[in-house]
Write a protein that binds this ligand. Structure first.
Ligand code: ADP
Ligand code: MG
Length: 683
């Protein structure tokens, strides 16, 4: 940067803080909007809210004292007049802005007390000796850069563009790829984005859909794709555990569970078995809608590891889910002589020591737990398989941490299960380090959940409905609102709701589960609900994932308008697991915004998790859907996974070409977009 004129050590330091250390970095600092100063607008044609350039003569300048000292300048060009308002001004400025002076100004027009005005316009004297023509490009406005003025940035980027024109920045996409893309070259795209011509299509630029932006977005997505692929290949090269076994344990489990696997479960189980048989570690994501039966598929994988004389670990996002998995697995595996070990943060010190010892010695073959599984001090003798349930709650980092629990120098296979269905191209981009299997079929005999949306003013009606359902031997969930700032308040709300409902429904046993209850109390409430001793279970969103009580057929969700679509779909998946017709009532607190209404309507109209995810993606964008912030995935500068989704198939195809024929450019591409600091996917 110091090669550029006007950049001393101080400015270079400030730029470095913004991540700009080279001229190339500066070129990739793109404007976030543009202003049209290419023509002067007659004052008579001004409209409020427009950002415009105007020119005129000062008719009057006066300092007034209202609430604060203000300099008011009246500018006229024969078509009308405009007030310029200054709250901060020097004596010199006041002298300069005298009657009769010609000014050229730029700023945002707004309605003032007497006609239109511009507060603190940028201005210069129009008849100064260095009289400049109107600028001939749109003026870039760069993202807020602490302490560095826009004018300074324009000057620096102008110099950088000169260097660019001199061939300073190599185009890393080879010519045949460029030809196929039909997008501008790198230098052309950057020149355009920093200094668009006056006829540039601002509406395209503002929505990020201009070909010049798409050229950069493409390159960025390509860099991320290549980076993820490299990570995957690196993991594949690690020594793993070839688990080729006859499958006797799995066969015995299938005999005892009492239902045949669906075709989709069989296909996915076979894909997993094939992966497990080879020495290179598996990295497989199993996507399946809520209730599609992912758990049994995971159990079969665990049995493969156990039959090979190794250990398997199952990691769940919540205590409740870990406990429930432990119960299910105990029921399924006890006949095979396998006793799962539960390891959560809730164990007391003694129980925890014992559990850690049993995992470390290899005595216990299946360990089920929460984050506690990858804490310091936990180790395994022969860990060959790690299963992560409901992946979107875990990050890449946590996954990698478990991967390192192998101890023996061999890396475990990884099976990741998620109910968040992600469109395929997006999955391949966001999770390029994983192979994807899809359980695209629900077990037979499910009755679709009927969803209705209602204002919470109709609570009494709903209470009557719960009473009727419970008296017929059915069970219901009441989900209390999510209070993100405070789990204490959330627990309090759940307790109050449970008390109120118990009062309203004296003939029905009301239970309660929330995140702050002791583990034993939670377990007890869940067990009683499962056994049918509790008719109505009041819960916080802790029951969002995994909880499985087939006799529950009614769910009420309070303040549904505050929750995400994916979360509501997960919650709703707790009912519709048995053979009775189930319903889900989404309660909202009026008034409902148009956007919220649209979201709740999506759930009313479909039970298909893939469809919900597609609409969620449209309404919210992929960042939240993929749990981007947690996973550290995709810190994108230019591209937007949703907007640029149509580029993804070509990104895949061209990543192949790059790996095959232009491997030399890959490192530079990754450096350009991802940077040396953030080795993609690494802790
Ligand atoms: P999820 O995919 O949401 O984790 P689960 O694994 O919890 O779903 O399965 C939901 C319910 O469906 C459980 O009660 C499970 O025993 C049952 N189930 C799974 N597979 C089948 C099947 N092939 N036929 C009938 N019931 C099944
Ligand atoms: Mg599950």
């Amino acid at each position: 940067m110091t090669k550029l004129s006007g950049v001393g050590p101080a400015l270079a330091g400030r730029l470095a803080k913004l991540g700009i250390e080279t001229v190339a970095d500066l070129l990739f600092l793109l404007p976030n909007r543009y202003e049209d100063r290419t023509h002067i607008v007659p004052i008579g044609a001004l409209r409020p809210e427009a950002r415009v350039a105007v020119e005129g003569e000062i008719e009057l300048a006066e300092v007034v004292f209202r609430r604060r000292r203000t300099l008011l300048v009246r500018l006229s060009d024969g078509t009308g007049f405009l007030t310029l308002r200054f709250f901060y001004f020097s004596g010199a400025q006041q002298q300069q802005l005298a009657r009769g002076t010609r000014l050229r100004c730029f700023g945002e027009v707004r309605r003032g007390p007497v006609g239109l005005e511009i507060v603190h316009p940028e201005y210069r004297l129009a008849d100064a000796p260095d009289k400049q023509a109107v600028v001939d490009v749109l003026t870039p406005v760069y993202p807020a850069t602490e302490g560095i003025q826009q004018g300074r940035l324009r000057n620096l980027t102008a110099q950088a563009l000169t260097a660019l024109a001199g061939g300073e920045l190599p185009d890393l996409l080879p010519p045949e790829v460029q030809r196929e893309l039909k997008l501008p070259g790198l230098a052309e795209a950057l020149q355009f984005l920093h200094r668009p011509p006056p006829d540039a299509r601002l509406e395209l630029l503002e929505t990020g859909r201009h070909p010049a932006q798409r050229r950069l977005a493409f390159e960025e997505l390509l860099a991320h794709q290549l980076s993820l692929r490299a990570l995957r290949n690196e993991i594949r090269r690690d020594p793993g555990w070839p688990l080729a076994v006859p499958g006797k344990l799995a066969a015995r489990l299938l005999e005892t569970i009492g239902f045949p696997l669906t075709a989709a479960q069989q296909r996915v189980a076979a894909e997993i078995r094939t992966d497990l048989a080879v020495a290179s570690p598996m990295l497989r994501l199993v996507q399946g809608d809520v209730g599609s039966g992912k758990t049994i598929v995971a159990a079969l994988a665990a049995l493969t590891a156990i039959e090979a004389g190794c250990q398997a670990a199952l990691m769940a996002p919540t205590e409740l889910l870990a406990e429930q998995h432990a119960q299910n697995f105990t029921r399924w595996l006890a006949p095979l002589g396998i006793e799962p070990l539960l390891l959560t943060g809730r164990l007391n010190a003694k129980a925890r020591q014992a559990a850690i010892a049993a995992a470390a010695s290899g005595e216990r073959k299946l360990v089920i737990g929460t984050h506690a599984l990858f804490q310091e001090g936990v180790s395994f003798a022969r860990l060959a398989l790690v299963i992560v349930d409901e992946q979107h709650r875990f990050g890449v980092h946590q996954r990698l941490a478990l991967r390192n629990k192998g101890a023996s120098g061999r890396y475990p296979h990884q099976l990741i299960m998620t109910a968040t269905p992600i469109p395929r191209t997006l999955a391949m981009t966001a999770y390029a380090d994983l192979d994807v299997s899809v359980i695209d079929e629900l077990p037979p005999g499910r009755t679709p959940v009927q969803t209705v949306v209602m204002p919470d003013s109709r609570r009494d009606e709903i209470v009557a409905r719960i009473r009727a359902a419970c008296l017929q031997g059915r069970q219901a969930y009441w989900v209390c609102p999510l209070i993100e700032e405070s789990d204490v308040l959330e627990a309090q709300a759940a307790e109050d709701t449970a008390a109120a409902l118990a009062k309203a429904l004296p003939e029905i046993a009301v239970g309660l589960v929330h995140g702050r209850m002791p583990a034993t109390a939670k377990e007890k409430a869940m067990a009683r609900f499962k056994a049918g001793e509790i008719g109505l279970l009041v819960a916080t969103t802790v029951i969002e994932v995994g909880v499985d009580v087939p006799n529950a057929s009614l769910m009420i969700i309070e303040n549904a308008e505050r929750m995400g679509l994916a979360q509501l779909h997960q919650l709703r998946g707790r009912v519709g697991r048995g053979t009775q017709a189930s319903s889900c009532i989404l309660l909202y607190h009026a008034p409902l915004s148009g956007h919220a209404k649209e979201r709740l309507t999506v759930l009313r109209n479909t039970n298909d998790g893939f469809e919900v995810a597609r609409r969620d993606l449209e309404l919210r964008g992929p960042g939240e859907l993929l749990g981007t912030r947690q996973t550290g995935l995709m810190q994108l500068k230019v591209a937007d996974l949703m907007r640029d989704a149509d580029l993804l198939p070509r990104v895949q195809a061209i990543a192949d070409v790059m790996e095959r024929a232009h491997a030399a450019n890959i490192a530079a591409l990754k450096r350009r977009w991802i940077g040396a600091a953030a080795r993609y996917g690494k802790v």
